[in-house]
Design a protein around this ligand. Structure first.
Ligand code: LMR
Length: 406
């Protein structure tokens, strides 16, 4: 190597992540009318970040905690309480000691460690299937651990495309991994009904496919944790399937920056779970040694205390009802303006997001002319709407939809 050549000469420039760039552009925009409908972060009725009252109280409760390392697999009561929360305390997967878990760096970290474990378990010639469209990070998380990733058509503008979903399940090689959004599908907001989940599960069981749930929105989707965990509990409890679940407390407790999550695998029996957990421990140790403590302590303080748990349930309702209220208002405003399009889908979809069905040009125009920021796919984070901006947003959408294409 000559003294002038660089070790990094082959490293190509990677464009920045689109959704984080959008947030950056929004923050830098000095226009007072600006509206951020990009990144999925909850905002209160005034457009500000919201620290949940349950979290505020939990922080107070743990203020005297020490700052020692956690065990490699994470804070033990956190793992236990979160596992019970997700699967139900009485679940046979818990009494049978069949859940292996490790604390993870929020949902993304949980998906990553799940990917590494599955690579180890299944080898690299398995395929990970993701929905099309899906969360923009899914593909690269699984490609980064060496899987090939395939997409299957998931939804049209009117709802889930069950035919193509069931076809993908029927045609996939056995032991393929399917990343399923447990609730609040990101970006479409179309979730399977319980009956559709049962259909999906039956084929997965019959064909020995592996379900990996991305469960980033449990509790926030409907305001009811139990309801949002339906698919996970059905797959694990009633169908007795081996599976993975990736939990995040970013959205459901507003712990965005604390990177607090859990990766859990349900396996055939306790001995297998024990082996899986030992493998998770080695993966975590080699990657981050041991996970961050603060967020896990906050979650534990809430889940271990009846009063704080009840407050958290109320906080979930506060967030989910404000989001559904804003869905309704946006739909009503667009309908009142007689904006061409079927806007009822805004209230039919669930969770934080909704895809408006605008063209990239229209999305660009909304940003440049009206300072309204959304993903290029026209996915909007409904939590960015409030009483003060929803009419403005509807009027601007009306303008771009009605103006002739240039
Ligand atoms: C989103 O989809 O906007 C959020 O999950 C934030 C992220 O990391 O992409």
């Amino acid at each position: 190597m000559s003294s002038k050549s660089s070790v990094f000469a082959t490293v190509a420039y990677t464009p920045p992540d689109a959704i984080f760039e959008l947030t950056k552009a929004y923050i830098a925009d000095p226009d007072t009318r600006k509206v951020n409908l990009g990144q999925g972060t909850y905002r209160d009725g005034e457009g500000n970040p919201w620290v949940l009252p349950a979290v505020e109280a939990a922080k107070d409760a743990i203020k005297n905690c020490n700052h020692e390392y956690l065990p490699i697999l994470g804070h033990p009561p956190f793992r236990q309480l979160v596992t019970e929360l997700v699967f139900r305390k009485e679940s046979t997967v818990i009494s049978g000691g069949r859940v292996a878990s490790c604390q993870a760096l929020s949902g993304t970290g949980a998906l990553h460690v799940a990917g590494m474990l599955l690579r180890r378990a299944l080898g690299q010639d398995r395929t990970v299937y993701i929905t099309n469209p899906s969360w923009s990070n899914h593909r690269q998380v699984f490609e980064s651990v060496g899987f090939s990733v395939r997409e299957f058509h998931y939804a049209s503008r009117d709802g889930i495309d069950m035919e193509s979903l069931l076809q993908a399940l029927t045609e996939a090689d056995p032991s393929s991994i399917f990343v399923l959004h447990a609730s609040a599908h990101n970006p479409t907001g179309w979730d399977p009904s319980p009956e559709q989940w049962r259909q999906i599960a039956a084929i997965m069981k019959e064909r020995s496919l592996f379900p990996l749930f991305d469960a980033a929105y449990l509790g926030l989707t409907s305001g009811d944790y139990e309801q949002d965990a339906y698919a996970i509990r059905y797959f694990a409890g009633e169908l007795d399937l081996e599976m993975g679940v990736c939990i995040s407390f970013a959205k459901s407790m507003g712990l965005y920056g604390e990177r607090t999550g859990l990766c859990a695998f349900v396996s055939r029996n306790h001995n297998i779970a024990n082996n899986v957990e030992s493998s998770l421990a080695q993966l975590v140790r080699s990657e981050i040694s041991n996970p961050p403590a603060f967020g896990a302590r906050v979650v534990t303080a809430i889940l271990a205390n009846d009063g704080l748990s009840s407050q958290w349930r109320r906080d979930l309702t506060t967030m989910s009802s404000r989001i559904s209220g804003m869905r309704k208002q946006l739909c009503d405003e667009l309908t009142a303006l007689d904006t061409p399009g079927d806007w009822r889908k805004i209230i039919q979809q669930k969770g934080m997001f909704c895809v408006l069905g605008l063209t990239p040009e229209q999305v660009h125009y909304l940003k440049e002319k009206y300072h309204i920021y959304m993903a290029e796919s026209s996915r909007v984070s409904i939590a960015g709407l409030n009483e003060g901006n929803v009419r403005y947003v509807a009027e601007c959408i009306h303008q771009v939809v009605c103006q002739p294409e240039e």
